[in-house]
Design a protein around this ligand. Structure first.
Ligand SMILES: [Zn+2]
Ligand SMILES: [Zn+2]
Length: 278
């Protein structure tokens, strides 16, 4: 068997209960047309990942994500300017984000927050943009989807200062059990990506055990962060099924219990229509 690092991982067995990929980037996975989107979500559905939230990180991506959400009923969108791209964030850009985020099938304002790892945009520009997106989420009555990389303290502080929206999701939660506890105390929801399956991620494993049902989600953040044992290979929404099974093992719970929790939490957090099939 060839172990080509560029090859997608195999599609895993279908989960016993359908789940939602709470955060993915279908465009960055290579989808361009409606047919591409449908093919990708068909693959996801074969693994029991029946719906996805595709996330934009700039304006071109946001326009695409909003379109994609109208092409396939299993696709929803989230819109914001990514913290690494906030160096120049004009009033015209803000109006455009606001217009796109108002679309019916946009279920969250995000990803927004702070990224002190890449440092592509100055911290003060990132913080200003984060404050603006928090306010937008509150005005639109939509969930706030946080990107927090090496910036836990400032993210939590700014949420406190601005007043958090009703629903806040920490996408690709990257803190340890102490940060998880502080987020849970505030009522925030933790979304676990493939990183939670990595063997050396002990703090993250503890965080995943700590979050009660109703307060955690599963996501791919595809095409990045492919779950173990396929780390380094491309990622797609169907790989959420690997992460759900890892979460079940970490928590010592049945796969169907975790899948059910992930699905009902996503339906609540993103106000998705609840579906009876799958
Ligand atoms: Zn992110
Ligand atoms: Zn992302």
């Amino acid at each position: 068997m060839g172990e080509d690092k560029r090859e997608l991982p195999p599609i895993p067995d279908r989960l016993p209960t359908a789940v939602v990929d709470a955060h993915t980037h279908l465009d960055a996975c290579g989808a361009v047309t409606a047919a591409d989107v449908t093919a990708m979500v068909d693959r996801a559905e074969r693994a029991g990942v029946a719906r996805v939230v595709t996330v934009a990180d700039d304006l071109a991506s946001a326009r695409w994500a909003v379109d994609a959400s109208t092409w396939d009923e299993r696709v929803f969108a989230a819109v914001a300017v990514h913290p690494t791209r906030t160096k120049e964030f004009s009033d015209a850009d803000k109006s455009e984000v606001e217009r796109l985020a108002s679309a019916e099938r946009v279920v969250a304002v995000g990803e927004t927050g702070l990224d002190y790892y890449w440092d592509y945009s100055p911290h003060d520009a990132q913080q200003d943009a984060f404050r603006w997106h928090i306010d937008l989420a509150k005005r639109l009555g939509k969930t706030l989807m946080i990107h927090d990389r090496d910036a836990h303290e400032d993210v939590l502080r700014i949420l406190d200062e601005e007043g958090a929206p009703d629903t806040v999701v920490f996408h690709c939660f990257s803190g340890d059990e102490h940060i998880a506890r502080r987020c849970l105390d505030k009522g925030y929801v933790l979304s676990f990506a493939g990183t939670v399956t990595f063997k050396n991620a002990r703090g993250l494993h503890e965080a995943a055990r700590l979050a009660p049902a109703g307060r955690y989600l599963a996501e791919t953040d595809a095409p990045f962060l492919t779950p173990h044992p396929f780390r380094g290979r491309p990622n797609e929404p169907y790989c959420t099924a690997y992460t759900v099974r890892h979460l079940a093992a970490l928590r010592g719970e049945a796969v169907h219990e975790v899948a059910q929790a992930v699905r009902t939490t996503a339906e609540r957090v993103y106000q998705l229509p609840s579906v009876t099939t799958g």
